[in-house]
Design a protein around this ligand. Sequence first.
Ligand code: RB5
Length: 148
Amino acid sequence: MRLVLAADHAAVREKAVLIDELRTAGHEVEDLGTNGDESVDYPDFAAPAARAAASGEADRAILLCGTGIGQCMSANKIPGARAAVLWNDLSAEMSRRHNDANVACFGVRTQELDEIRRLVGLWLETPFDGGRHARRVGKIDALDAIDA
Ligand code: RB5
């Protein structure tokens, strides 16, 4: 899969681990930063990653910050992005099967790295169920136009 990953300063180390692992697994991964210790603002990293996933330039985006919340809020401002904070197996699976999430967000201050690694794998391999869920996801996407 073509993936983009981005993090704020809270999650630089965890992003690097995930990128290594995903590349080893055969994914094409673009690192959208940040890559230093300097304090940065998560919306600046969420937006380009979410745009890549929303436009189809990437298949999916993975975002990391302290809690995953700021990245998720920011990503969902981008039309066509469907971002979810994933905190356990069910949220990872259902965000794909029912919501067709194209952006996954994690918090490195709220989750262990091993758990994040496991949830990333589950999220990437879970397909969208389609059917009645496609109608609902279509209504999510229509809100971009209605509320613009
Ligand atoms: C940065 O200190 C922190 O606010 C950020 O990583 C994230 O948790 C925001 O949602």
